[in-house]
Design a protein around this ligand. Structure first.
Ligand SMILES: Cc1cc2nc3c(=O)[nH]c(=O)nc-3n(C[C@H](O)[C@H](O)[C@H](O)COP(=O)(O)OP(=O)(O)OC[C@H]3O[C@@H](n4cnc5c(N)ncnc54)[C@H](O)[C@@H]3O)c2cc1C
Length: 412
């Protein structure tokens, strides 16, 4: 039984099927949404560079025949005296599932650290619904500003809290979407103020200096104002209050500053670390609970960051270990090996650091697209997405050739 169908859970289900485990055992995957979400491409929904169907294919399309899908909310579990049970809430009632082997892959949620006003005034950016709602807010703000063009008015204002990859990527796509809306209305760039705030003195602290430089340059091109080295004290309808007493006026605030493991873990009997994650052994088993594994964002394992890259590689190790225990063979250990990082820096541009080589611009964009296509869970789905991106690129090229004036470039 796999609890959670994200990068850890879904890739695990597919790997178990590939190893033949579904011929020897029943496999069930539980997830609260009916579709998987390819989170690294969520930003591009704001610029319409990707469509919902491309990044959120349904589990019916992705799961192997040998895996049963349960659409429901995991609300707790019982693990004692050889029993492993999960309690599931579904639209039409409750369900109890039992299994010999359970994998916890429930991911994480946004963490506001209990700061005043964040829950009520700042938006998270973690789900398809979050991205769609933010896109609507950006378009509405741009159109309102365009309707009042010529009259004296307050600038459109957005604040993104957190200058990690999520905050940087979001700020770039928000800036591009605002400009594109105005360009479509035949207007010059809107009077917009876009802020990124972080308590750390440098943006992207987890990345190397080249990616930081690329990101700083692209954000500066888009007029993004950085407030680094100052924490957020709280949020209100008027904007963001900083710890140094300053106030940033913002009509829309997006919170990317922290995350914590799925809250339902508190209803399971496992030990958790200071950050709420479940400590696991190198084989990704939960100590003291035979037959229970944890991976991805819920697992506290040897210096591995909370990334999709880590969850997918851990899924391969857990799949091997489940198959090996059924055959009485030796289990494999997970060792963290960073492969590199990539991020969008706005429409048609991205930065990448692959095996120590950093680059950006169109090369970064094409590399990122290709790597993500190859990383998509299902080859047929990836093929459809690839063909649709190709069609979109050809259409844009044709429009650029056939239009009398060059299209507005948001980055210029
Ligand atoms: C906007 C964004 C962009 C990101 N970009 C990148 C990137 O570019 N590169 C990278 O490596 N990482 C990226 N990450 C991080 C990466 O997505 C996570 O580390 C990764 O998804 C973790 O995998 P997981 O399986 O642990 O959790 P998830 O992939 O989040 O999967 C957890 C699943 O469990 C389900 N679930 C949770 N609670 C319950 C419940 N109670 N009942 C039922 N179902 C439940 C969720 O709906 C979800 O489907 C990004 C994260 C975000 C939010």
């Amino acid at each position: 039984m796999i609890l959670g169908g994200g990068f850890g859970g879904l890739y695990l289900a597919r790997a178990l099927d590939a190893l033949g485990v579904t011929r020897a055992a029943e496999l069930t995957l539980v997830n609260r949404a009916p579709a998987f979400l390819f989170l690294p491409l969520l930003y591009e929904l704001l610029t319409d560079e990707v469509a919902d169907w491309q990044i959120a294919p349904s589990f019916a399309e992705l799961l192997p025949d040998g895996c049963r899908f349960v659409h429901g909310e995991v609300v707790g579990g019982e693990f004692h005296a050889g029993q492993r049970r999960a309690f599931i809430r579904q639209a039409d009632g409750d369900l109890v599932l039992e299994a010999d082997t359970v994998v916890l892959a429930l991911g994480s949620v946004s963490d506001d650290f209990g700061l005043p006003g964040v829950k009520s005034h700042a938006r998270p950016f973690r789900s398809l619904a979050d991205a769609q709602a933010l896109k609507t807010a950006v378009i509405d703000a741009a159109r309102r500003a365009a309707a009042g063009a010529g009259a004296p008015r307050e600038p459109v204002s957005f604040a993104v809290i957190g200058a990690g990859p999520s905050g940087v990527e979001l700020a770039a796509v928000i800036a591009d979407r605002l400009r594109e809306e105005w360009a479509r209305a035949g207007l010059p760039p809107p009077p917009a103020r876009l802020h990124v705030v972080d308590r750390l003195p440098e943006l992207l602290p987890q990345y190397g200096s080249a990616l930081r430089r690329f990101a700083r340059r692209e954000l500066a091109r888009r007029g993004v104002e950085l407030h680094l080295g100052v924490g957020v004290a709280g949020c209100s309808a008027a904007g963001v209050e900083l710890e140094n007493g300053a106030h940033i006026a913002a009509e829309t605030i997006v919170w990317t500053a922290g995350s914590r493991p799925a809250p339902v873990l508190a209803d399971f009997p496992f030990v958790r670390d200071r950050r709420g994650r479940i400590p696991v052994s190198r084989t990704l088993e939960v100590p003291g609970f035979p037959g229970v594994y944890a991976l991805g964002d819920v697992a506290a394992s040897v210096a591995a960051p909370a990334t999709a890259q880590v969850a997918v590689r851990q899924a391969a190790v857990v799949a091997h270990n489940i198959a090996a225990s059924l055959r009485g063979e030796r289990l494999r250990e997970y060792h963290y090996e960073p492969l590199g990082e990539m991020m969008t820096l706005g429409r048609g541009t991205a930065a990448a650091n692959i095996l120590g080589v950093a680059f950006d611009g169109v090369a970064g964009y094409l590399t990122r697209r290709l790597v993500y296509l190859l990383a998509m869970p299902e080859p047929w789905h990836a093929t459809k997405v690839g063909l649709s991106w190709l069609g979109q690129a050809l259409e844009e090229t044709w429009q650029a050739w056939s239009s009398p004036s060059p299209p507005a470039r948001p980055t210029e």
